[in-house]
Design a protein around this ligand. Structure first.
Ligand code: PMP
Length: 418
């Protein structure tokens, strides 16, 4: 189907599923695939796959260079996708939408440009204990180079951030930047980033929001959040791999030095020195991920047509159901806040069975979940566990699949108690 504009009609998950060819294959002979690893990466609908195919078959060419028709068509589609992304997150202008390879690259870009130029010894960057490694390691690298200090907001036992500690750090330390995830990829916690942005600004600091687990799942408005930088990845939002976005406030981006040098990011190159292109191209050196950017535009079209509120409501209902059912399974420990307060993630451990064994036993039943530290080792240290298992849901998952997960876990328990 082509998803219909949201019009109060019930969410038609069967129609959505029909668009995702990978969901209709057998995982093992006679065993259908149940894909519950969406927080790691999402599947792609025909509309995105066909967009990539169409680009390579009909108008593959480099962008911003050729005078010929193919290059003009590629450039048009590449820039049109940027406008779609701008509207999707309600950025003020398309000049503030920088294509990156993903969330990781977006954070590194800010660390290597804005932070490197503006932070000096003794300045403080505030991160949190629940961050993905991609929002910890770039700051540690910067700290080692510049003598910047990092403070981590603690995670409370209910899986939320200690906002009193946050306020105290802002009051007492010379904080220049707060860098925080919107939605946790492990706990599912939805952090109050609008409030955290207000507090950061009152303290004279900027805020970077890691939106990797937010943009795919709920409406996001970067102006309402009043964040200074916002990053996310295409592959988690039914788009291609290798493409992501950095939104930055225009005045900041204008003042920032470029990161990578090369073609397209320059205005004039002389052997004595060079000048930079205007935004957003100053930050897009070299041939970009053209097909992937256009594919991201198709993903945005698909999600927008379905309606992010509708997708969010579907996921929320599934998360409530999944957490209720998981709590029934003897020996299970669930991590993170209550279902009503979190994203579509159910992270758990099972007494007496290592998370990797849980995942392997589920895989044998056609159910794909993630096991490990989910690139959040410091958070697992806080939780006091080396690893956890995670089922994560998306627009095409069903209640029947959750029932299968629960059944699979009972089978896993039986296998380990035999
Ligand atoms: N932040 C969060 C919250 C994530 O879940 C992920 C991906 N697991 C990332 C950052 C990194 O995203 P990418 O690998 O696409 O750069």
């Amino acid at each position: 189907m082509n998803p219909q504009p949201s019009n109060g009609m019930p969410y038609d998950v069967d129609a959505v599923r029909a668009d995702f060819p990978i969901l209709h294959q057998e995982h093992h002979t006679g065993v259908p695939l149940i894909y519950l690893d969406n927080a790691a990466s999402s599947q792609k609908p025909n509309q995105v796959i066909d967009t990539l195919d169409d680009y390579y078959r009909r108008y593959n060419a480099n962008v911003h260079r050729g005078i010929h028709k193919l290059s003009e068509a590629a450039t048009f589609a590449y820039e049109e996708a940027r406008i779609k992304v701008k509207k999707f997150i309600n950025a003020p202008s398309k000049r503030e939408i920088i294509y990156t390879r993903g969330t990781t690259e977006g954070i590194n870009l800010v660390a290597q440009t804005w932070a490197r130029a503006n932070l000096s010894e003794g300045d403080v960057v505030v991160s949190t204990q629940m961050e993905h490694h991609s929002n910890i390691v770039p700051w540690q690298m910067l700290a080692a180079e510049k003598g910047v200090h990092i403070r981590y907001v603690p995670v409370l036992p209910d899986g939320t951030l200690d906002l009193n500690a946050y306020a105290q750090i802002l009051r007492e330390e010379p904080v220049k930047l707060v860098t925080v995830m919107y939605v946790s990829n492990v706990l599912g916690t939805v952090n109050p980033v609008a409030q955290m942005a207000r507090q950061a600004h009152d303290a004279g600091a900027l805020i970077l929001v890691d939106g990797a687990q937010a943009v795919p799942h709920m409406p996001v408005d970067v102006q309402a959040l009043d964040c200074d930088f916002f990053v996310f990845s295409g592959h988690k939002m039914i788009g291609p791999t290798g493409i992501g976005v950095l939104y930055g406030r225009r005045d900041l981006l204008e003042a920032m030095p470029p990161w990578m040098g090369g073609g397209d990011m320059i205005s004039r190159v002389r052997l004595e020195g060079s000048t930079w292109n205007e935004l957003p191209y100053k930050f897009e050196a070299g041939t970009p991920a053209i097909a992937e950017a256009i594919g991201l535009g198709a993903a945005v079209d698909y999600l927008s047509a379905l309606g992010m509120e509708n997708i969010h409501a579907h996921e929320q209902a599934m998360t409530v159901y999944a957490l209720d059912r998981l709590a029934e399974v003897p020996g299970i420990t669930l991590y993170g806040p209550d279902a009503e307060k979190k994203g579509a993630v159910a992270t758990f451990s099972m007494q007496g069975i290592h998370a990797h064994d849980v995942a392997q036993l589920l895989d044998g039943q056609g159910i794909a979940v993630r096991a490990g530290h989910h690139c959040a080792q410091p958070l697992h240290d806080v939780l006091g566990i080396p690893a956890s298992a995670r089922a994560s849901f998306y627009l095409y998952n069903t209640f029947t699949e959750i029932d299968a997960l629960i059944e699979g876990l009972y089978k896993a328990k039986t296998a380990f108690t035999l």
